[in-house]
Design a protein around this ligand. Structure first.
Ligand code: AFP
Length: 325
């Protein structure tokens, strides 16, 4: 069976040339990141980098390697006006006539690196409409303005998942050719589910409506939901969302009172917005308890947001519990 190559798919979808170049730059960088990951301890790339990022998190060596690879590859692309990264304190201006801005989480799930578990690269593409040199304000566009979003999941297979606003497509890396080949272009999230993903160890810190919603799932068929639910938690959003795109489910990283001043753990511009774009394109919902995440007007590049996403009916029920107070 022959599979469509990523380059042919982008042409068939009539994606503009400049955006095609951006997607190809991300796919090239992902090949290099995957190579570094697969060498792991053999290349001495595991473990801490010995520095903190702007989030105050200890960087892993591979966080820095992945960030440097993506920054170098994208900033060499004439179509790129600027980039922003979880690992960069400020936005990085690139080409003064570039049409697109790219935000990325170079290696999501860093706590999984040293245990050989799944990690991924998340990216979001916005049109540049502002000043000559890209500045932070140019990036502060609502998630619904994204022209493309996707991720690369470094698992048993390396899978690139992409949406340019016309549904979601999945491409599997052929290790022999180095090409990403189309393996699914009918990605859809059922409105109902029997599976949820949340870090249960934080349960006592959540707001009461979230505690109620999750308690009902745990009560199973003898509880108000009248059916049993299964739970998964990979501790890498990219892997949990990939499962939801493949077989449905609900994912949440809610606000909790450990740091009450912090809206949530996940970052809006390079985690919630790109993943939310994909989830909505696949028929799911992505909300905070107040409303759709993709409608949020960003205030700063590293801002955080509480996330409830996946099966539309489950997201709605969870949000309704919050809005009922
Ligand atoms: P790291 O990249 O620091 O491992 O964080 C990953 C993440 O941002 C997201 O991908 C996971 O869903 C979530 O954090 C896991 O958080 P916990 O480690 O608190 O479960």
């Amino acid at each position: 069976m022959t599979h469509t190559r990523l380059s042919d798919y982008l042409q068939q979808q009539q994606v503009d040339d400049a955006l095609q170049q951006v997607v190809h730059a991300v796919s090239r960088a992902s090949n290099d990141i995957n190579h570094a990951l697969s060498k792991g301890a053999l290349a001495g790339v595991l473990g801490a980098a010995g520095a903190e990022n702007v989030q105050g998190e200890d960087q892993k060596k591979l966080d820095v390697i992945a960030n440097d690879l993506l920054k170098a590859t994208l900033s060499a692309e004439p179509a790129v006006r600027g980039v922003a990264s979880e690992e960069e304190p400020d936005v990085v201006p690139c080409h003064q006539d570039g049409r697109y801005l790219v935000t990325f989480d170079p290696l999501d799930g860093s706590s999984n690196i040293d245990i050989n578990s799944m990690v991924g690269t998340i990216f979001s593409v916005l049109a540049h409409t502002g000043s000559e040199d890209a500045v932070e304000a140019d990036f502060l566009q609502a998630g619904r303005q994204q022209v493309a979003a996707g991720y690369v999941l470094y698992g048993p297979s390396v899978i690139l998942v992409l949406s340019t606003g016309k549904g979601v497509a999945m491409f599997t890396l052929d290790p022999d050719s180095g090409d990403y080949l189309l393996t699914d272009d009918e990605v859809s999230i059922p409105a109902d589910t029997g599976e949820f993903a949340i870090n249960m160890s934080n349960q006592r810190f959540w707001a009461e409506p979230m505690q109620r919603y999750i308690a009902e799932l745990l009560a199973g068929k003898d509880g108000p939901r009248g059916k049993n639910f299964n739970m998964r938690w990979v501790a890498a959003m990219v892997a949990d969302v990939h499962r939801i795109l493949c077989r449905g489910g609900l994912f949440s990283y809610p606000w909790d009172n450990r740091k009450p001043e912090q809206a949530g753990k996940l970052r809006l511009m390079y985690e919630a917005n790109p993943m939310g774009f994909l989830v909505e394109q696949a028929g799911g919902k992505v909300w905070t308890p107040e409303g759709p995440i993709l409608d949020i007007q960003p205030q700063q590049i590293h801002q955080r947001v509480p996330v409830i996403l996946g099966a539309a009916n489950e997201v709605q029920r969870c949000v309704d519990y919050h809005q009922a107070g």
